[in-house]
Ligand binder design. Structure first.
Ligand code: RB5
Length: 150
């Protein structure tokens, strides 16, 4: 699977661990950051979301201190459905029910072992469609109504 991954400085170490592990079985696009020097998380949310929107990656993963700033930023991009997850069940349901295409993780919230389980659940989840398609379409309708390009 083609996956775009990015982080800010707070998420850098976890992003590097996830990148190395994911690269064993996936085609991983590393969108930075590349050190623990302070940066601004929206810049990296932008890079990953633009890659997902351009279909350069099927799914995106964003890591910051809490996952929250990344998710707020990512959800400003048309067509992006970003979820913050601290447990594998939510990550799987994010794919199955919400057709999430970006996973946000807080490196100050979860450790690397749990983060890997969260990522595995997210990647293996499949959108269930059916009634959930109607709801996801309603999200897209809200996006269109309030002026975001799709
Ligand atoms: C950086 O200190 C921190 O604010 C950022 O990583 C993230 O947690 C924001 O939501």
């Amino acid at each position: 699977m083609k996956i775009a991954i990015g982080s800010d400085h707070a998420g850098y170490a976890l992003k590097e661990e996830l990148r190395e592990w994911l690269s064993e079985a996936n085609d991983v696009l590393d969108m930075g950051t590349d050190s623990e020097q302070s940066v601004h998380y929206p810049d990296f949310a932008r890079k990953v979301c633009e890659a997902v929107r351009a279909k350069e990656a099927e799914l995106g993963i964003l890591v910051c201190g809490t996952g929250l700033g990344m998710a707020i930023s990512a959800n400003k991009f048309p067509g992006i459905r970003a979820v913050v997850c601290s447990d594998p069940f939510s990550a799987r349901m994010g794919r199955e029910h919400n057709d999430a295409n970006v996973l946000c993780i807080g490196a100050r919230v979860v450790g690397p072992g749990l983060a890997a389980d969260i990522v595995s659940a997210f990647l293996s989840g499949k959108f269930a469609g059916g009634r959930h398609s109607i709801r996801v379409q309603k999200i897209a309708d809200i996006e269109s109504e309030f002026g975001k390009r799709s």
